[in-house]
Design a protein around this ligand. Structure first.
Ligand code: HAM
Length: 439
């Protein structure tokens, strides 16, 4: 009877080494970039209490109503796999008392979970790099965070367009909400089914609906920007001046409202039409009320998250793919008796920071196949003759480079073939006292 092969969960992807290289390269570059702006990494749990997300993201958002992976654990507590990182980051900062008189800049990188309908660019487990800065309320920090987001895209080698908007203060938004409802109610029958449903509890979401009739109606709706409170209006103007000074082109999108409830004032998205329906690569904004709403002291905050799957998809389209770095050397053992010595040599070379893939013990033809598949730059085969003193032959697999000599002189052989030995081998013990940095 055929055994049923286990399948992964729909919308959750496996990533193999050929693809992981692009992830690793990007993650490494982004970590280095974040250090330039003074951000330090927070590593947060994947699970939080369900209540946190309901309070932070909002009870009537799509995420909380339809998309969370929620379960009751063995203690009877309701837990949820994080659908995003801002709520957990704020929770952690409050809990660890990191916000008192401080202005921390945090970033996180890892998986998020949303039970959405999977399609290209939309997954149920996806990955975000998120940044959050707390304690700063001026438009200057909005500009700096947006400049950082622009550089995230540049670092990845992609281009997209920046859209910004201001949601104003909660009070101004409430007044605007009433105006918008007055405008929408007589047009209710024309709206799509979803908008008809979401209109009463979250009318602003009608503004960014993708359905054509809803877009037409949204187009002619009263504009939020015309109903901002004065402080938010000045804040928005100041941000625009700074973006111009920093030479970051932007468009004001009056219908940009975001799908999470914690935002106020600045919201922004980097969008592209190169990715089909899932065109938002990076998104964020200001959320000055969230920390207080979660029980912390009144603390302004601002941040964004970039979807790494979408960023990498755009990178593939616009800059090509990063390739796996093949190992330097394939070292094969031709018989049992050669294994110990071959493995010793491989360990020695790895001590010196060179990458070595071993093969065997098996016959020559099989080893040659393995060597080719490894894509190593050089290959060498060790048998009884080499152990007894016959010359080892190192051969370049894709070129004509060759060296012959004693097994013990393999370092010199590689050197003569142009291999550079790294100054400090990786994975050697670091001096932790000097490596420690404070942010
Ligand atoms: P968000 O707009 O929900 O914001 O998500 C940010 C980004 O995550 C999106 O622009 C997209 O690239 C990616 N993303 C979201 N859902 C999926 C999915 N199902 N599949 C693939 N990628 C997805 C937030 O999460 C906020 N926490 C951002 C933020 C941080 N605001 C302030 N600080």
């Amino acid at each position: 009877m055929a055994v049923k092969i286990p399948q992964g969960v729909r919308g959750m992807n496996d990533t193999f080494p050929e693809e992981s290289v692009a992830w690793q390269a990007l993650e490494g570059d982004l970590r280095a970039l974040l250090a330039l702006y003074g951000y330090g990494e927070v590593r947060l749990p994947l699970l939080e209490s369900t209540d946190l997300f309901a309070r932070a993201i909002g009870d009537v958002t799509d995420i909380v109503q339809k998309e969370m992976y929620t379960f009751v654990d063995r203690n009877g507590d309701s837990l949820t796999l994080r659908p995003e990182g801002t709520a957990g980051c704020a929770r952690a900062a409050i809990q660890a008392r990191r916000l008192r008189g401080q202005t921390p800049r945090f970033y996180y990188l890892g998986p998020m979970f949303r039970h959405e309908r999977p399609q290209k660019g939309r997954y149920r487990q996806f990955h975000q790099l998120g940044v959050e800065v707390f304690g700063l309320s001026a438009a200057s920090i909005d500009a700096e965070v947006i400049a950082l987001s622009a550089r995230v895209l540049r670092t990845a080698g992609v281009t997209a367009s920046l859209q910004i908007n201001s949601l104003g203060s909660p009070a101004a938004r409430l007044r605007y909400r009433a105006l918008l409802l007055d405008y929408l109610r007589p047009r209710r029958a024309e709206l799509c089914v979803d908008c008809r449903e979401r209109m009463e509890h979250n009318p602003l979401r009608v503004l960014d609906c993708k359905v054509a009739v809803c877009q037409d109606i949204a187009h002619a709706a009263p504009r939020l920007v015309d109903h901002l409170d004065e402080d938010s209006f000045l804040h928005f103007n100041s941000l625009q001046g700074l973006l111009t000074a920093l030479e970051i082109p932007y468009q004001i999108n009056h219908r940009l409202v975001r799908g999470l409830d914690y935002y106020n004032r600045t919201v922004f998205e980097w969008v592209t039409d190169a990715l089909g329906a899932q065109g938002t690569v990076l998104a964020g904004g200001r959320y000055d009320g969230l920390v207080a709403q979660l029980g912390g002291a009144d603390t302004p905050a601002m941040g964004f998250a970039v979807g790494l799957e979408r960023l990498l998809a755009l990178q593939r389209l616009q800059s090509g793919v990063a390739d796996v770095v093949p190992p330097l050397l394939f070292l094969g053992a031709l018989e049992d008796a050669a294994v110990a010595r071959t493995w010793q040599i491989a360990e020695r070379l790895r001590d010196a920071g060179l990458s070595v893939v071993t093969g065997g013990p098996t016959h020559f033809k099989q080893l040659m196949k393995q060597a080719e598949r490894s894509r190593a730059r050089f290959q060498g085969m060790v048998g009884g003759e080499q152990l007894a003193g016959a010359a080892l032959r190192l051969k370049e697999q894709a070129g004509n480079g060759q060296w012959q000599g004693s097994l013990n002189a393999i370092h010199e052989g590689l050197h003569s073939l142009g291999v550079d030995f790294p100054e400090r081998a990786p994975h050697t013990v670091r001096n932790f006292a000097t490596a420690r940095t404070s942010l």
